[in-house]
Design a protein around this ligand. Structure first.
Ligand SMILES: Cc1ncc(COP(=O)(O)O)c(C=O)c1O
Length: 482
């Protein structure tokens, strides 16, 4: 029987008593951050209660954010990292469009991300050892032999038919019913978003984006002569629908661009209800939504999150994604499911670069059909969940107190907020001198925000990376305002 059952004040139900017992053990330090707690079966046996009771208890502990489930692996004690939860404060008056200025720093940061001599703490692609390189190479070689001329000819937009079939099949898991003809193959997700922006906006138009937001898209918006309207976003809810509603009342907005699942950099996951509200709000005003779902397959739980596209009844949502975060960034295989904008995006794609390279489309189609993508996904999800947890713990250990960070439920990005006044750009430069690349927060906004934030990647975790985090922490201590 459960120890101390009588004294468990307030916990009347059996599952509450089980939950109290385990939370007590966590409190006392018997189980520490990162430890696996007993399996449901073990606990049911040990406490002589039903499996259901233990499952309810674990659900309660998950709600209390004391433990977390890891796919295929069991339940683990969550690390007690100071979490960023509340919205980034943004006075209403500041919701005005800003003209983007292209920063040299952006280019420098992007170049540094790929330099092999730098520790890649800023690079948000999976670590090569976690990519199915051998399998892809084998598939590519045999497909090229098998396909003959098909591999060297153009596959005009919408792209290689077998690949579109595979993508349409998988789209169901994201709540999207699409025929292969509704899928447009692009050269990565970035091209899908670029085509979507060109199909929906003209120079001088205003586009609503999340804040903080992936800096490459901010650059792209600038290149197209668009204005960006930054709408606050939170890790828990994604873009603020309330602020967006207000912004729509005050401005003429031509499109809205969001990263709906495990966004970059916040790792935000928009709850399904918020995705629905977003689509309803925008479609009432006939505003197209460009949805980037590049991280959606990287959820830590078993169930892949849905998409805003799944609530689209008017063909107003342009869904964009790619295999860059899961299979092969260098293959440059992405796609769009673009609703009413599909014909225009196909036309633009043909005009800009005729077609996406054929060999990688062919190999990707075969990998999706036979390469064990789901198995691969389960493996990398598990690795990323563990890496993020270890990196968060290391940040707590090495960074100045008062540092907070996000706790994403998928992907591998951490957004770290250092004590107010710590200069992230100085930290970026000092880190480079120590052989470490990171991405400083100010790149994720056009309006001088996030000066004390950095984006880190937990795609890899080993001694070198831990040492890198330690060095960053020491530098952050040195940069603390006096
Ligand atoms: C949100 C988001 N979209 C798109 C991309 C790039 O996608 P791709 O390499 O498929 O063009 C990235 C890469 O960091 C990203 O974070």
């Amino acid at each position: 029987m459960i120890s101390g059952q009588k004294e468990n004040n307030g916990a009347t139900l059996l599952y509450e008593q089980v939950a109290l017992e385990i939370s007590g053990l966590i409190e006392q330090g018997t189980f520490r951050a990162g430890d696996r707690v007993p399996s449901i079966r073990q606990l049911s046996h040990r406490f002589d209660v039903s499996i259901n009771t233990v499952m309810q208890a674990y659900a309660q502990l998950e709600d209390q954010r004391l433990i977390e489930a890891r796919p295929q692996s069991g339940y683990y004690v969550r690390s007690r990292v100071p979490e960023i939860r509340e919205p980034v404060p943004q006075p209403r008056a500041s919701i005005v469009p800003a003209t983007v200025t292209i920063s040299d720093l952006c280019q420098q940061v992007m170049r540094n991300m790929t330099k092999s001599e730098l520790l890649p703490l800023g690079r948000v692609i999976p670590s090569p050892e976690n990519l199915p390189i051998d399998k892809l190479n084998r598939i590519m070689a045999s497909e090229l032999r098998r396909c003959g001329e098909q591999a060297v000819l153009y596959h005009m937009p919408p792209g290689y038919a077998k690949l579109r079939v595979q993508i349409a099949k998988r789209a169901i898991m994201a709540g999207i019913s699409a025929s292969p003809d509704e899928v447009l193959i692009t050269s990565g997700c970035v091209e899908a978003v670029l085509l979507a922006l060109r199909a929906t906006c003209r120079a001088g138009d205003t586009i609503a984006v999340e804040s903080p937001f992936y800096f490459n898209f901010l650059q792209m918006i600038a290149e197209l002569g668009l204005k960006a309207l930054e709408i606050p976003s939170t890790p828990q809810e994604g873009i603020s629908i309330e602020a967006l509603r207000y912004a729509i009342e005050q401005n003429k907005i031509s499109a809205c661009l969001v990263i709906s699942n495990f966004g970059n950099p916040l790792g935000s996951l928009m709850p399904e209800g918020r995705k629905r509200e977003l689509v309803e709000l925008l479609s009432r005003h006939e505003i197209p939504l460009i949805e980037d779902d590049i991280y959606g397959d990287l959820v830590f739980g078993n169930e892949r999150p849905g998409t805003a596209k799944s609530f689209d009844t008017k063909g107003l949502v342009i869904y964009c994604s790619s295999f860059s975060k899961t299979i092969a960034p260098g293959y440059r295989v992405g796609w769009a499911i673009a609703g009413r904008f599909q014909p225009e995006m196909e036309r633009l794609k043909m005009m800009m670069n005729i077609s996406t390279a054929s060999p990688t489309q062919i190999a990707m189609a075969e990998f999706l059909a036979t390469g064990g993508y789901d198995h691969h996904l389960r493996t990398i999800r598990r690795i990323h969940a563990r890496n993020l947890s270890q990196m968060a713990d290391a940040i707590v250990r090495y960074f100045p107190s008062g540092t907070r960070m996000t706790r994403p439920a998928g992907g591998f990005i951490l957004w770290v907020e250092m004590p107010f006044g710590t200069d992230a750009i100085q930290l970026y430069h000092r880190a480079l001198e120590c052989g470490i690349s990171i991405v400083p927060g100010p790149l994720f906004s056009l309006t001088n925000k996030y000066g004390n934030h950095i984006r880190l990647s937990a795609a890899r975790w080993d001694e070198k990376i831990e040492h890198g985090v330690k060095t960053l922490g020491e530098l952050a201590h040195e940069l603390l305002p006096q």
